[in-house]
Design a protein around this ligand. Structure first.
Ligand SMILES: Nc1ncnc2c1ncn2[C@@H]1O[C@H](COP(=O)(O)OP(=O)(O)OP(=O)(O)O)[C@@H](O)[C@H]1O
Ligand SMILES: [Mg+2]
Length: 312
């Protein structure tokens, strides 16, 4: 298996990282590295990240399937201008009907794009149900079976919704790595980010499985990344810069960042994170730090959360 997980910015010991990957390889005959992209808030950048992780890993030569598991309000199909013939809804129904003759390939929507450098890159997508009604009928246990059928892909990227639903928890359980994202711009988002992290820890996942990723990390805010780390009690594995022009151009044109903004810091950031997940040599990227620190805000958040000691 090529896709052992890499390490760079994390304080996580490498042995733990390998433990997480090995665990995924041994369970249920599954061989994919499953990366779920999750957050406790909407509009955090999960879908942009999931699409561009998939595109970057595919550009590195890996076989990749991107599964849109935001069943009611998924955006992958819109962001990539796909017209799927079959969706997860069809896959679940057909699986239940006749699992012996079920072929996961029949439910994949292929996607191909050209990088700015002229490489043709492809990955597959499992589209979400077409209606909210269809989404409502989907059973968690069947989705688990479908994900396990994707075992021939080196990487399976799961784009989730922003709730601790039964489906999301099942997918988090199956995941090798949880890319837990936050945009930490004001106090409720810090509170929800910490609540989400504490909940993931309470699930007894190894800490190496949970990768905290700060999005739009250099946008104007009243609390710095390092103060958030102290409040949460864990380090960010990675941070992406604020880059609305590139993100919105990608969505507007229906193509990954590698096609429309190859040199932007956001593109290089997501590429670099993908490289870490596939053990690539790292691209040198500019560190994006947050601007001002207001200790009083940090103190307020700590008081609000009743945190006495943040040392870890
Ligand atoms: N690093 C970034 N800099 C600037 N804008 C960004 C960045 N990442 C994402 N965005 C913008 O944020 C918006 C939300 O992104 P996205 O749809 O990926 O979020 P999401 O977490 O999947 O949301 P939801 O929970 O609704 O599914 C989009 O308009 C996107 O262009
Ligand atoms: Mg989304």
């Amino acid at each position: 298996m090529k896709g052992q997980l890499g390490l760079r910015q994390s304080a996580t010991p490498k042995t733990q990282v390998h433990h997480a990957a090995t665990h995924a390889l041994q369970s249920d005959g599954r061989s994919s590295v499953i990366i779920s992209v999750f957050s406790t808030g909407s509009g955090i950048g999960k879908t942009v990240t999931a699409i561009n992780l998939a595109a970057s890993l595919a550009n590195y030569g890996h076989s990749v399937c991107l599964v849109d598991l935001d069943l009611q309000f998924g955006d992958v199909v819109n962001y990539l201008r796909l017209q799927p013939n079959r969706t997860l809804f069809d896959a679940c129904n057909d699986y239940k009907e006749d699992k012996k003759n079920f072929h996961i390939e029949d439910y994949l929507t292929p996607y191909t794009f050209e990088t700015a450098g002229g490489n043709e890159v492809s990955f597959d997508v499992i589209a979400p149900p077409k209606t909210i009604y269809d989404a409502y009928t989907i059973e968690v246990a069947v989705v688990e079976k479908i994900i396990k059928r994707l075992k021939n892909f080196e990487f399976v990227i799961c784009d989730l919704s922003a709730v601790f639903s039964a489906l999301n928890i099942a997918v988090l359980d199956l995941s090798t790595v949880v890319n837990f994202m936050g945009v930490i711009d004001f106090m409720p988002s810090v509170k929800n980010f910490k609540l989400g992290y504490d909940t993931l820890i309470a699930f007894n996942y190894p800490e190496s499985k949970i990768r905290l990723v700060e999005n739009r990390s250099n946008s104007q805010k009243l609390i710095s990344g390092s103060d958030v780390e102290r409040v949460v009690g864990a380090k960010f594995y990675y941070n992406f810069p604020n880059d609305f022009p590139s993100a919105s151009k990608s969505i507007r044109e229906g193509k990954p960042l590698l096609a429309v903004a190859p040199d932007s810091a956001l593109t290089r950031g997501i590429q670099s994170l993908a490289g870490m997940y596939s053990n690539r040599p790292q691209i040198e990227i500019e560190h994006v730090g947050a601007p001002s620190i207001f200790a009083s805000v940090v103190k307020f958040v700590k008081d609000l959360l009743g945190i006495k000691s943040l040392a870890r």
